[in-house]
Design a protein around this ligand. Structure first.
Ligand code: ADP
Length: 915
C-alpha cells in the first residue's frame, strides 16, 4: 500500500462509504418484503412503476426495487444477494464498473440494477462474452424477472430477425457483445423501419467488461459482403477498350461539335475535363462486342459503366503519372505533391479498371459494408456499466475512453489465497522442468492444479511433457465454450491436473471437490438424454412440457446426489490447500495474470498461486531490459536454478506496464481512426433514420437537385474564366436526354459572349422543377414521397458502403506514407472528410438524376426491398426503379419495348390488357 492510500484511504473505500447508507436502506427493508405474500411481492413492480410515473427517480426507488428483487430471487432460486452484491448492484446502477472477484456472484449482482432500470420501460441489456453464458444466465434470471412481471429476451447468433426483435423489445435482454453490435450495424442497413430489431440503447451491464471493452477493442466489428459481383467484367471491358481507337482533344467545345470529325474514332479523350466518351462508332463496336441490341438501354447499365471506366483507365489515366504499379498493386500518385498515396483507391470501379489494364490482380472481392469499434458502440448507451474480477489495472483506460470509474467491491468472505512470489529461470527449458516437478509434487498429494499458459502451443508442449511422466490431465484452449466449461468445472476435484490457456472456460466456477451440476449433466448423457433435453434440464425457462419437467426432476435429483458425494471430497481438497494455480509465463497484461490467479480462492476457499518465468519468455526478452540478464550473469546461475524474484519483481511489473501502455496506445489509435468514421456514421445513420421514419424528404430532394445543378454548371462553366474556356457542350451532354433536348443550351456569337453562369443555372433549375412537378403529378404525391425515400436510401447506402471501404483502404495506407511531421490521424481525418464531402456530392448528383428519371415498373409504390438487394453493386439500376425509355409521347406498338422500361415487349407488359 503506498503512502497516499494509507493517508487518505483508497478511492474505492471512499466510494463504498458513500453508498453504505443506500446498502443499509436495502437491507433494512428485508423484513418487510420477507413478510409479503407472493401476490404482494409480485405487485411491487406495478407499485414501483407507478411511483416512477408520478415523478420519482430510479434513485428514489432503488431501495424498494432492490429489496423486491432480492426477495424474489430468494423465492424463485433460493438465493439472496449478499450485502456485497447489493453494493455491486448500486455501483452498476450508477453507471460504473464494479470489480468483483471470480465466484462473488456477478450474475445475481447484475439482476438488481437490471430490475430497477427495467422499471423505466426503456430496456436493459446484459452483455456477456459468449452465447452459452448469455443463454444460461438469461434463462435462470428470467424465472425471477417473469415472477416479477417483467419480460426477458435472449439475443444470440442464429436467431431470426423476428425473434430478435421480440428479444430486444423485452424489459431485459441478455446478449453477447458481438451479436448486439452486429444487430446495431444490421439495423442501420435495413430498408424498412419495422425491420430494425433494436429499440435503442438505454442501459447496458457488461459482464467481463475488461474482456469486451479492452481485449476485444483492438478489432472493430465488420460486416462485409460480396463486393463487385464479378471482377471478370473489368477484364472483358479492358480487352474491349484496347481494341478501340481514341482521339485526343484539348476540349470539346462548340466548334468541334460535329460527330463527323469523330467518324473514324471510337472514343473521345477530353484531356482537360479528364473524360472519355464513346463515339457513335464506339457504341456500335461495343454492341457487337458484347452482343447487345442497344448499349444505352438501361438494362445494360452495368456493362456501360465498365466500358466507361475501361476507356477512362486506358485513355486518360497514365502510368507513372497518375499512378504507379508497385508489387502488383496500383498506387495513386498525389497530383499535387507527387507522393504515393498508399491504400487510397479510385472509386466507382476506376481502380479496378486500371488494375485490369495493368494486368495485376483486381483487388477485393469482399468489401466492408458496415463497421464500428466496441468503444464507439458501447458509447451509444445512455448509461453503461460493467463488472469483472479484474479492472483496476486498466482503471485509467476505462475512465479516459468510457468515462467509467472502477470501484473495488470487497469479497463476501475474506480472501485467504496465498499468492507466492514469482520464480525466475534462465531458460525456458529450466522453467518447464520446474513447472512439471511442481505439478507432480502437488498432484501426488492430491491437490488439484490448474496450469495456465499463454498460447495453445505452450499448453500442448506442457501436455506432452506430462504425458511422458505418466500424469493424467486435461488440456483445453479457448475454442468450444460449452465443453470447456465442463472440463474447467471439474478442475477443483482431488488430484485433477488441468492445463488451460488463460481465457479458457472463463466465467465458469471452479468448485473444490468438483461441480455437481456438471456431473449431473454428464450422468444424464450416460443415461441417453438428448443434448437438448440436458440443456433444458438445467435451464430455467418456463415450460409445461412433460419430458422437460421430467428431465428437470432427474437433474435435480442427480445434482443433490453429487453434491452430497462431493462434500467430503471438497473438505479433503480444502485441507490440502485448495486449488493451486500455476502460471507458466507472465502475460503482457497484469490483468490477465490476475484473472488466472482469481480462479483459486473463491468465496473464502483456500488456494495458492505462483508464476514461473524464464528470461527467454517474450515479455522478458522484449521488455525486460538488460537488468535481469546482468543480475543472472552476476549470480552465475545455471539453467535449473531458480531465483525467487523479489529482487526482480519490479522489473517484471515494469515490463508489463510498458506493454500495457503500448497496447492502450494501439487501442486508442484504433479509436482515433474510428472517431473520424463515427462522426460520419452518425450523419449517415441519422439521414437513414429520417428516411426510415417516413419523414417527408421532398424539401431535401429539391435542395439536392438545385445544388447538383449549381455544382455542375460551375464545373463546366467555371467562374472567372474566359467564355472560351467554358465547356457548354460538356454541360449539355451531361443533361442531354433527361433534362435538356439536343437543340437547347446552344448559344452563338454575342449571345454566347453575354451568357452568364446564373442564367444557365436558372434555366436548368426551372427545367428540373418543372420535370419534377410533372412526375409528382403523374405518380401522385404519396407515391412520389415513397419514390424519394427509395431513391435517397439507395443512393445513401450504395455510396456509404463504397465510402467505408475507401476509408478502410485509406487507413491501411496512410501509415505507410512518409508524412514528415504530420500526424497520420490528422491526415486521415482531413482526407477522410474530403472523401466524405465528395461522397455527399455524388449522392446529391445521383439522387437528382434518379429522381428525375425513374420509372415505376408497376403502378404500386416501389419496394425498397428490391432496391436494397442492389446496394453494394455498381449497377445504378434496380428491378423496381428503372431508367426511362423515351417514346416521345406516342403510344407504343404491341411489339415495341414497353415504355415502363421493363425490357419486355409492350403487349406482354403494360399493354397486356389492350386488345
Ligand atoms: P462470478 O460470475 O462472479 O464468478 P457466479 O455468478 O458464477 O460468479 O457465481 C458463483 C457461485 O456463487 C455460483 O455457484 C452461485 O450460485 C453462487 N452464489 C453467488 N451469489 C450467491 C448468493 N447470494 N447466495 C448463494 N450463492 C451464491
Amino acid at each position: 500500500m503506498n503512502l497516499l492510500t494509507k493517508l487518505f484511504g483508497s478511492y474505492s473505500k471512499k466510494e463504498l462509504k458513500r453508498i453504505e447508507p443506500l446498502k443499509q436502506a436495502v437491507l433494512a427493508l428485508d423484513d418487510k418484503y420477507t413478510k409479503m405474500t407472493d401476490e404482494e411481492l409480485k405487485g411491487q413492480t406495478a407499485v414501483l412503476k407507478e411511483r416512477l410515473s408520478l415523478g420519482s427517480s430510479l434513485d428514489d426507488i432503488l431501495p424498494e426495487a432492490f429489496a423486491t428483487c432480492r426477495e424474489a430471487m430468494w423465492r424463485v432460486l433460493s438465493i439472496k444477494p449478499f450485502p456485497v452484491q447489493i453494493i455491486g448492484g448500486i455501483i452498476l446502477h450508477q453507471g460504473r464498473i464494479a470489480e468483483m472477484k471470480t465466484g462473488e456472484g456477478k450474475t445475481f449482482t447484475a439482476a438488481l440494477p437490471a430490475y430497477l432500470n427495467a422499471l423505466s420501460g426503456k430496456g436493459v441489456h446484459i452483455v456477456t462474452v459468449n452465447d452459452y453464458l448469455a443463454k444460461y444466465q438469461g434463462e435462470m434470471m428470467a424465472r425471477v424477472f417473469n415472477y416479477l412481471g417483467l419480460t426477458v429476451g435472449l439475443a444470440i447468433p442464429g436467431m431470426e430477425p423476428d425473434e430478435k426483435k421480440k428479444a430486444y423489445a423485452c424489459d431485459i435482454t441478455y446478449a453477447t457483445n458481438n451479436e448486439i453490435g452486429f444487430d446495431y450495424l444490421r439495423d442501420n442497413m435495413v430498408t424498412y423501419k419495422e425491420r430494425k430489431v433494436q429499440r435503442g440503447h438505454n442501459f447496458a451491464i457488461v459482464d467481463e467488461v475488461d474482456s469486451i471493452l479492452i481485449d476485444e477493442a483492438r478489432t472493430p466489428l465488420i460486416i462485409s459482403g460480396q463486393g463487385e459481383q464479378s471482377t471478370e467484367l473489368y477484364n472483358v471491358a479492358d480487352r474491349f477498350a484496347k481494341t478501340l481507337r481514341p482521339i485526343r482533344v484539348a476540349e470539346t467545345n462548340e466548334k468541334e461539335d460535329n460527330d463527323e470529325i469523330y467518324e473514324d474514332y471510337d472514343y473521345i479523350i477530353n484531356e482537360k475535363q479528364k473524360t472519355a466518351t464513346l463515339t457513335k462508332r464506339g457504341v456500335k463496336k461495343a454492341e457487337q462486342f458484347f452482343s447487345l441490341e442497344n448499349l444505352t438501354d438501361p438494362d445494360n447499365i452495368t456493362i456501360q459503366h465498365h466500358i466507361n471506366q475501361a476507356i477512362k483507365a486506358n485513355g486518360i489515366m497514365q502510368r507513372d503519372i497518375d499512378y504507379v504499379v508497385r508489387d502488383g498493386e496500383v498506387i495513386i500518385v498525389d497530383e499535387f505533391t507527387g507522393r504515393l498515396m498508399y491504400g487510397r483507391r479510385y472509386n466507382e470501379g476506376l481502380h479496378q479498371a486500371i488494375e485490369a489494364k495493368e494486368g495485376v490482380k483486381i483487388a477485393r472481392e469482399s468489401k466492408t459494408l458496415a463497421t464500428i469499434t466496441f468503444q464507439n458502440f458501447f458509447r451509444l448507451y445512455n448509461k453503461l456499466s460493467g463488472m469483472t474480477g479484474t479492472a483496476m489495472t486498466e482503471e485509467s483506460e476505462f475512465s479516459e475512453i468510457y468515462k467509467l470509474d472502477v470501484v473495488e467491491i470487497p469479497t463476501n468472505k475474506p480472501m485467504i489465497r496465498e499468492d507466492c512470489p514469482d520464480v525466475v529461470y534462465k531458460t525456458e527449458k529450466g522453467k518447464f522442468n520446474a513447472v512439471i516437478n511442481d505439478i507432480i509434487e502437488h498432484h501426488e498429494k492430491g491437490q488439484p492444479v490448474l496450469v495456465g499458459t499463454i498460447t495453445i502451443e505452450k499448453s500442448e508442449q506442457l501436455s506432452a511433457m506430462l504425458k511422458r511422466r505418466g500424469i493424467k490431465h486435461e488440456v483445453l484452449n479457448a475454442k468450444y465454450h460449452e465443453k470447456e466449461a465442463e472440463i474447467v468445472a471439474q478442475a477443483g476435484r482431488k488430484g485433477a491436473v488441468t492445463i488451460a490457456t488463460n481465457m479458457a472456460g472463463r466465467g465458469t466456477d471452479i468448485l473444490l471437490g468438483g461441480n455437481a451440476e456438471f456431473m449431473a449433466r454428464a450422468e444424464m448423457r450416460r443415461m441417453q438424454f438428448s443434448e437438448e433435453l440436458i440443456g433444458e434440464a438445467s435451464a430455467y425457462g418456463y415450460t409445461d412440457d412433460e419430458e422437460i419437467l421430467n428431465a428437470r426432476k432427474t437433474f435435480a435429483e442427480l445434482n443433490k446426489k453429487y453434491k452430497a458425494e462431493i462434500a467430503p471430497e471438497a473438505e479433503e481438497v480444502r485441507k490440502l490447500g485448495g486449488l493451486y494455480i500455476i502460471g507458466t509465463e507472465r502475460h503482457e497484461s497484469r490483468r490477465i495474470d490476475n484473472q488466472l490467479r482469481g480462479r483459486a480462492g473463491r468465496q473464502g476457499d483456500p488456494g495458492k498461486s505462483r508464476f514461473y518465468i524464464s528470461l527467454e519468455d517474450d515479455l522478458m526478452r522484449l521488455f525486460g531490459g538488460d537488468r535481469i540478464q546482468t543480475i543472472m550473469d552476476r549470480l552465475n546461475v545455471d539453467e535449473d536454478m531458480p531465483i525467487e524474484a523479489s529482487i526482480l519483481s519490479n522489473t517484471i511489473e515494469n515490463a508489463q506496464k510498458k506493454v500495457e501502455g503500448r497496447n492502450f496506445a494501439i487501442r486508442k489509435n484504433v479509436l482515433q481512426y474510428d472517431d473520424v468514421m463515427n462522426r460520419q456514421r452518425e450523419i449517415i445513420y441519422e439521414q437513414r433514420d429520417r428516411v426510415l421514419n417516413g419523414d417527408n424528404v421532398k424539401p431535401q430532394i429539391m435542395s439536392m437537385i438545385d445544388q447538383a445543378i449549381e455544382a455542375n454548371v460551375k464545373r463546366f462553366l467555371p467562374e472567372n474564366t474566359l467564355h472560351d474556356d467554358w465547356d457548354l457542350r460538356g454541360l449539355r451532354d451531361h443533361y442531354l436526354g433527361w433534362m435538356v433536348n439536343p437543340d437547347e443550351l446552344h448559344y452563338e456569337g454575342q449571345a454566347f459572349e453575354d451568357l452568364e453562369q446564373q442564367t444557365v443555372i436558372d434555366f436548368l433549375k426551372e427545367r428540373a422543377h418543372k420535370l419534377y412537378d410533372l412526375r409528382e403529378k403523374a405518380f401522385t404525391p404519396p407515391i412520389m414521397r415513397e419514390v424519394e425515400r427509395v431513391v435517397l436510401l439507395k443512393n445513401v447506402d450504395t455510396q456509404w458502403m463504397d465510402h467505408i471501404d475507401a476509408m478502410d483502404e485509406l487507413q491501411k495506407g496512410i501509415r505507410l506514407r512518409a508524412y514528415g511531421q504530420q500526424d497520420p490521424v490528422i491526415a486521415y481525418r482531413e482526407e477522410g472528410f474530403d472523401m466524405f464531402d465528395a461522397m455527399i456530392d455524388t449522392i446529391r448528383e445521383n439522387t437528382a438524376r434518379m429522381i428525375l428519371t425513374v420509372r415505376l415498373k408497376t403502378p404500386e409504390a416501389p419496394k425498397r426491398e428490391a432496391v436494397a438487394k442492389e446496394t453494394g453493386t455498381t449497377s445504378s439500376d434496380t428491378p423496381a426503379v428503372k431508367q426511362p425509355v423515351r417514346n416521345n409521347g406516342k403510344k407504343p406498338g404491341r411489339n415495341d419495348p414497353c415504355p415502363c422500361g421493363s425490357g419486355k415487349k409492350y403487349k406482354k407488359c403494360c399493354g397486356r390488357n389492350e386488345s
